[in-house]
Design a protein around this ligand. Structure first.
Ligand code: AMP
Length: 455
């Protein structure tokens, strides 16, 4: 580790990234809250790249961008997601306004679907051509126990198709998720698929499931026993390793589907076959949220089908709009966790843009003439060229070292000939240098930068 000295405070992002972590010498007073993290430039660049892949796919597949508030009335989540779920029981971040006049109870969004469906109903999106295809990229919040790949603030790409009962649109979405992973650089992602039926087929299945777990009551850990009375489906989703064998032998929802659900499930599989998307049927996949009907799916890297390793998941929620006070409206969506994708790509994936992407650094022979350097850099930036000036009062050699360390392609060197409207342009990689008119500088740098990339 290196100590942060006076020189260190002026270190550029690129130089710091290459040199590794700094030792600040003492513990900082404040840290980011547990389970949250700062995305420093390298990580932020990785996220920006994932966001660009998602945005491009959303455009190609016709999913229009939407944003909803980071917090909603708690009821949107309590009704939509279900009261007897981890997400609402334990993980909801409730927001307490500091003044008393607000009667509302708010919570930070733990996922995007409930808020998007709330917006769909609020703004009358039923009157748009159906289905309405929407895409959202943003942070979600869950007061969960932090661990590897599990944060209290994390990012999701969320996609919804509202107003189409499927099953063709279900296949479109499942394939879209896989394509995201492939284009992001993860080629070994597979889909696990299940159908959990609908309100018509659910009672018979829940009865079979409850009877099964009751017959194994003595093997159930305490919290699971309590849940058996309130929401037996949750037991299939149990994170308790002691439950694994019991869950594996439990009755399967896909064996208890009503005729309409069975034909929907078969239709979905036929569409996936037509797309050449292989799936693995997984009878214990029920997803953590209550509002799902019929289609449920999750994305895993091959060999990582553990409870904590899902890269993303989704499903159909034909009952959600009604739960939120709207007319019955079918819908399906997925949420892909970007933190886990970024972690999976670290090391193996395409390199992120660690450097600032500077084209030029303006340096000068007179250390104290920061004003001229700043003005020239400002003019270059106004002309669209990524540029900075050396604003420390360093001698020229040090300024040039800084420009090279930043990975800039050119140093623009200000000297006495500025009086004649001239500056020197040094190609930092080639080591060559020539003088040019200040009035031509932006045009020349733009041209040279083009040949740098393509030449
Ligand atoms: P879920 O809505 O719980 O199915 O989450 C969808 C995806 O979001 C998961 O597959 C994860 O990749 C990601 N995710 C969910 N919760 C967290 C969390 N606490 N930290 C990081 N990623 C998460």
């Amino acid at each position: 580790m290196r100590r942060l000295g006076s020189a260190g405070t002026r270190r550029t992002v690129a130089a710091c990234v290459e040199a590794g972590p700094l030792d600040f010498g003492a513990m900082p007073t404040y840290r980011a809250p547990r389970g949250t993290r700062d995305l420093l430039p390298v990580e932020r660049a990785a996220f920006a790249r994932l966001e660009a892949v998602a945005a491009d796919l959303a455009r190609r597949y016709g999913y229009a961008p939407i944003d909803t508030p980071l917090f909603e009335q708690s009821e949107v989540f309590e009704r939509g997601i279900g009261a007897v779920t981890d997400v609402v029981e334990k993980e909801l971040f409730r927001v307490l306004p500091s003044r008393g006049e607000e009667r509302e109870r708010w919570a930070l969004r733990p996922e995007a679907t409930a808020g998007i469906v709330r917006a769909y109903l609020q703004h009358g999106l039923q009157t748009w051509p159906q289905p309405v295809r929407l895409s959202l990229f943003g942070p979600m919040f869950r007061y969960d126990r932090p661990q590897a790949g599990r944060f209290r603030q994390f990012w999701q790409w969320d996609v919804e198709a509202i107003g189409d009962a499927g099953p063709a649109v279900d296949a479109e979405l499942i394939e879209l998720g896989l394509r995201f992973y492939a284009e992001a650089g993860l080629s070994d992602v597979q889909v696990l698929l299940n159908s959990i039926g609908d309100p018509a087929s659910r009672p018979a299945y829940l009865e079979a499931l409850t009877a099964y777990f009751r017959s194994h009551q003595r093997e159930l850990p305490e919290p699971e026993l309590a849940r058996l009375a309130t929401n037996p489906l949750r037991l299939l989703d149990s994170k308790d390793p002691a439950m694994a064998a019991l869950v594996a032998a439990a009755p399967r929802s896909m064996d208890h589907l009503c005729a309409a659900c069975r034909s929907h499930f078969e239709g979905l599989q036929a569409h996936l076959r037509a797309l050449g998307v292989p799936v693995r049927l997984e009878s214990t996949l029920v997803r953590g949220l209550d509002y799902y009907t019929r289609t449920a799916f999750e994305y895993y890297r091959v060999g990582e089908e553990g409870q904590q390793a899902a890269l993303g998941g989704g499903g159909r929620y034909d009952g959600l709009a009604e739960l939120l006070g709207g007319k019955p409206t079918p819908g399906i969506g997925f949420a892909l966790g970007l933190d886990r994708v970024a972690l999976a790509l670290e090391g193996g994936g395409p390199a992120g843009a660690a450097r600032g992407g500077l084209v030029a650094v303006v340096v000068g022979a007179d250390p104290r003439d920061t004003a001229t350097r700043l003005r020239l850099a400002t003019d270059l930036r106004a002309a669209g060229i990524p540029a900075r000036a050396d604003l420390g009062e360093h001698r020229l050699g040090r300024q040039l070292e800084g420009a090279a360390r930043d990975g800039a392609h050119f140093a623009v060197i200000v000297g006495d000939e500025l009086a004649d409207g001239q500056v020197q342009v040094r190609d930092l990689a080639a080591g060559s240098q020539h003088s040019t008119n200040v009035v031509d500088l932006a045009r020349e740098l733009t041209r040279s930068e083009g040949s740098h990339h393509h030449g």
